[in-house]
Design a protein around this ligand. Structure first.
Ligand code: PLP
Length: 437
């Protein structure tokens, strides 16, 4: 059994560091849908790592691919050089995307994928003869990672507040969470498509020819699983088309099976111009992200002398051999184990289990789509987020890991979870809600 190290040097991300270090929980190992803590307790993972281990933890085929790759080629620069796996992976990822999104730029995280997508959108308008298109539009409560681009278009105030003026020329659409109209919706809310018309308002306020791109998560994840109203994404697409604005779907969470399809674009039948992915791309085993780019946009850059660099952008670890090997193995596992279909089959069970919590104490909303769900709680008077944190800790003590975001509890299990394990999670939640004030 491992021992607890000194915790002081590590400044933990998105964590209440002092509280955590006073009440640490450290994982020692994981397999399938379970962790084991350093003190030997088993924890059922209700959030697939962090919305990323879609095939479960330490999948033997991914582990084997990593071990093999680590012994053969640890690293090769991606600048003016390559290795076969990165090219194979690009082809495989493109094959899962909607038609035409068949050019792939590799990054190391979702945040980098978002910044890359924003840069490609801005640069494309330059090379396409519309250099005035520099405005970017995000959405309130959107999460697009922690880079400056991502927090500029993102709409979670706490993530933006301390960091200065951010990118200029950014506007935000309203979010779609309107509990007075759409609380306890099963799947997509019926109410709210008209909120997409706010894009027309923004377009009218600015010169439409000044707007480069709109970026949204098809289903907002980090802000507490906000499911798009029926018809909303279709409207955004139509308005973007009307005004020559690029539409970017941030599919860092929804990519690779979360909704029972390869992408949310496929699920909703709405095709973006650019798509960001990360997380489940490698099943969470090695950091990697990617931007899927419409070939028309990519080809717009492929002009000028053949020996010139077309896009001055990239990362030391773009297409890293270990990440590419993990991703190739993960995509094999998703296909061979039929995990996207499995998620689609489990989705109604997940929805039923989650909505059983509607009458539990403190619950003000339940939301779900595919294998994404959230239970929103009434905030404690004068102490927002604290009730959800108490629930989080109580279910963790009961051997189940969930995630809190504000006063919502988010659930995003691996696609290999069983029906019994789904109920283990929701029963642990009900018990916590009934015992916590
Ligand atoms: C929609 C979305 N975009 C971007 C990111 C950022 O990804 P990363 O944490 O890998 O930088 C996340 C992370 O949760 C996300 O949910």
């Amino acid at each position: 059994m491992s021992h607890t190290p000194d915790l002081s040097a590590y400044w933990m991300p998105f964590t209440a560091n002092r509280y955590f270090k006073a009440h640490p929980v450290l994982m020692d190992s994981a397999a399938g849908v379970h962790y084991r803590t350093v003190d030997g307790r088993e924890v059922l993972d209700g959030i697939a790592g962090l919305w990323c281990c879609n095939a479960g933890h330490c999948h033997p085929r991914i582990t084997a691919a990593l071990q093999e790759q680590a012994g053969r080629l640890d690293y090769a620069t991606a600048f003016q050089l390559g290795h076969p796996q990165a090219f194979q992976l690009a082809e495989r990822v493109a094959a899962l995307a909607p038609d035409g999104l068949n050019r792939v730029f590799f990054t190391n995280s979702g945040s980098e994928a978002v910044d890359t997508a924003l840069k490609i959108a801005l640069a494309w308008h330059q090379v396409n003869g519309e250099p005035r298109r520099t405005r970017l539009i995000g959405r309130e409560r959107g999460y697009h990672g922690a880079g400056f681009g991502g927090i500029s278009v993102g709409g979670i105030e706490a993530n933006r507040r301390l960091f200065g003026p951010l990118l200029p020329g950014v506007e935000h659409l309203p979010h779609t969470h309107a509990p007075e109209h759409n609380a306890f919706s099963h799947g997509q809310p019926e109410w709210g498509a008209q909120l997409a018309d706010e894009l027309e308002t923004l377009v009218a306020r600015h010169d439409p020819a000044s707007i480069a791109a709109v970026i949204v998560e098809p289903v907002a994840g980090s802000a507490g699983v906000l499911v798009p109203p029926v018809g909303y994404l279709e409207k955004l697409r139509a308005i973007c088309d009307r005004h020559g604005i690029l539409l970017i779907f941030d599919e860092v969470i929804t990519g690779f099976g979360r909704l029972g399809t390869a992408t949310a674009a496929e699920y909703f039948g709405v095709r973006p111009d650019l798509m960001t992915v990360a997380k489940a791309l490698t099943n969470g085993a090695v950091p990697m992200g990617a931007v899927l780019v419409d070939q028309r946009i990519h080809d717009g850059f492929m002009r000028g002398p053949e020996r010139t660099i077309e896009l001055f952008h990239g990362y030391t670890y773009s297409g890293h051999p270990l990440a590419a090997a993990a991703a190739l193995a993960a995509l094999d596992v998703y296909a061979d184990e039929g995990l996207f279909d499995r998620a689609a089959q489990l989705a109604p069970v997940f929805a039923a289990a989650l909505h059983e919590l509607a009458d539990a104490p403190h619950v003000t909303d339940v939301r779900n789509l595919g294998l994404m769900g959230a239970v929103e709680l009434e905030p404690r008077a004068g102490a927002p987020t604290q009730r959800a944190l108490d629930v989080f800790r109580a279910v963790l003590d009961a051997g189940v890991l969930v995630r809190t975001t504000g006063d919502s509890i988010a659930l995003t299990p691996s696609l290999i979870i069983s029906e019994a394990q789904i109920y283990q999670i929701t029963h642990a939640l009900r018990h916590a809600l009934e015992t916590i004030d």
